[in-house]
Design a protein around this ligand. Structure first.
Ligand code: ASP
Length: 434
């Protein structure tokens, strides 16, 4: 049985965090594949190595004196190496990199050195062989991961070494040049490794004990979610819960490899287990998420319901402007098209004009819309849940502007005025989850 274990930057920010990682890895011999991000922030005011490397690249590009920032980067690595007495000669690698620093250095190469050097340190510290991600993850020249090329390479490396440390976040083009995943992409590297090796588990270690049932910036100390399905996670993430890089789930979901989100600072906490099916029935609602900054185009026309093709004509206007639609709540002779404000910033008035022209209808805009999503696999067929929701919001004197539920009954979507958003979330958390 193989467990792929990925550590985020906050688990690798200093020598103390490195030693926690070592304890975690060595406490379970199934943890054979270790994936690391680059050194993260030591405290709120600190800067991640990845960000320092981007800043370094900007200095180089604009020929600004970069010595201080380079010094800061080197010190962060050297401090960990010295404090832990790691035998790997990082100074030599830093000197080699220093020789390559120039105006035209590839951004992807330079930024990937964060993960590269972190993995080399960790490999020496754990006594696990280092395998460079550039030799495993192969991208086509259009930047798409070539799975057919990548997966056998991963399997070969595992068969050769048995235990490995791999830097996350990058791979290479067929010509060997480094290419980065998008930000936060070490999560995806771990997921691809788990898929290629048919791992029994993909562990993702950060500094929080799994997914919270609501946004902790609004609800103090929300409960952690112990079990969640991939579909629930998608609903929560889509509606703003910031959990994993969004491409993390696809590789492992297909093989139903569970993802366990764990806390490096509290390893005995079970964290959150994400898998295709969960059997825990103890709560009806799994979590709440939401976003402000929606806008609705409200369309009215008498006897609209008798006009065949009306909705299609309206939607084709949005398609023409390449706008992705979030919800379409409808009445008899009216409906609204809900979209993210950011999508229509520059074209909302053109869309209104076009809708009026092609539909010969009245169109108004409502830009005061926040959307909340109540998510739970156990909500389907639960009689009275909407009653509770309405009562809760009614007692708070919050008006519901929009309401939607898809056929899977996995989530209930509620639109409220932006000013009511936080109050609605607090009240719903209190009555549905706490
Ligand atoms: N270090 C990279 C970032 O900060 C990748 C990662 O951490 O996953 O985005």
């Amino acid at each position: 049985m193989v467990v792929v274990t990925k550590f985020g930057g906050s688990s690798l920010s200093c020598a103390t965090q490195f030693s926690k990682v070592k304890n975690i890895v060595l406490s379970d011999e199934k943890r054979k594949i270790v994936v690391v991000s680059a050194l993260g922030k030591r405290d709120e005011n600190d800067t991640k190595i990845t960000d320092l490397l981007y800043i370094l690249q900007a200095h180089l590009q604009y020929s600004v004196d970069y010595r201080d920032i380079w010094q800061m980067i080197c010190e962060r690595f050297i401090e960990i190496q010295r404090e832990l007495g790691i035998s790997y000669d990082i100074q030599q690698d830093l000197d080699e990199l220093a020789q390559k620093l120039s105006k035209n250095i590839s951004v992807d190469y330079l930024v990937s050195r964060g993960e590269y050097l972190t993995a080399k340190l960790m490999s020496s510290y754990l006594g696990y062989p280092f395998v460079d991600a550039k030799d495993l993850f192969v991208f086509s020249y259009s930047g798409i991961l070539d799975e057919a090329e990548t997966e056998p390479r991963i399997r070969r490396a595992f068969e050769t070494y048995g235990t490995i440390v791999v830097p996350g976040f990058y791979g290479s083009y067929p010509n060997g040049e480094i290419h980065l995943f998008s930000r936060g992409g070490s999560d995806v590297s771990g997921s691809i490794l788990a898929k290629a090796l048919h791992a029994s588990l993909y562990e993702n270690w950060t500094d929080v004990s799994g997914i919270m049932a609501a946004d902790p910036r609004i609800i103090p100390n929300p409960k952690s979610i112990l079990e969640i399905t991939y579909s629930e996670l998608r609903e929560l993430s889509y509606m703003g819960a910031n959990v994993l890089h969004e491409e993390t789930v696809f590789p492992v979901q297909h093989l139903n490899i569970p993802i366990n989100l764990k806390n490096t600072n509290d390893p005995s906490h079970p964290g959150t287990l994400i898998q295709n099916e969960c059997h825990d029935q103890s709560s009806v609602v799994t979590g709440l998420a939401g976003k402000k900054d929606f806008m609705s185009f409200n369309i009215y026309k008498q006897h609209m319901s008798n006009e065949v093709g009306f909705l299609r004509k309206a939607l084709s206007v949005f398609e023409k402007f390449h706008i992705s639609i979030e919800h379409i709540p409808s009445g008899i002779d009216c409906f609204s098209v809900v979209v993210l404000k950011s999508q229509v910033e520059n074209c909302k008035y053109e869309i209104v004009t076009e809708l009026k022209k092609s539909l010969e209808s009245e169109v108004s805009l409502d830009s005061d819309l926040a959307v909340l999503s109540i998510v739970g696999r156990n909500m389907a067929h639960k009689i009275g849940l909407c009653g509770t929701i309405f009562q809760t919001l009614g007692k708070e004197k919050i008006n519901i502007k929009l309401l939607a539920q898809g056929p899977s009954e996995l989530s209930i979507i509620i639109g409220v005025s932006t000013a009511d958003y936080e109050r609605a979330l607090i009240a719903l958390y209190r009555d549905l989850i706490a």
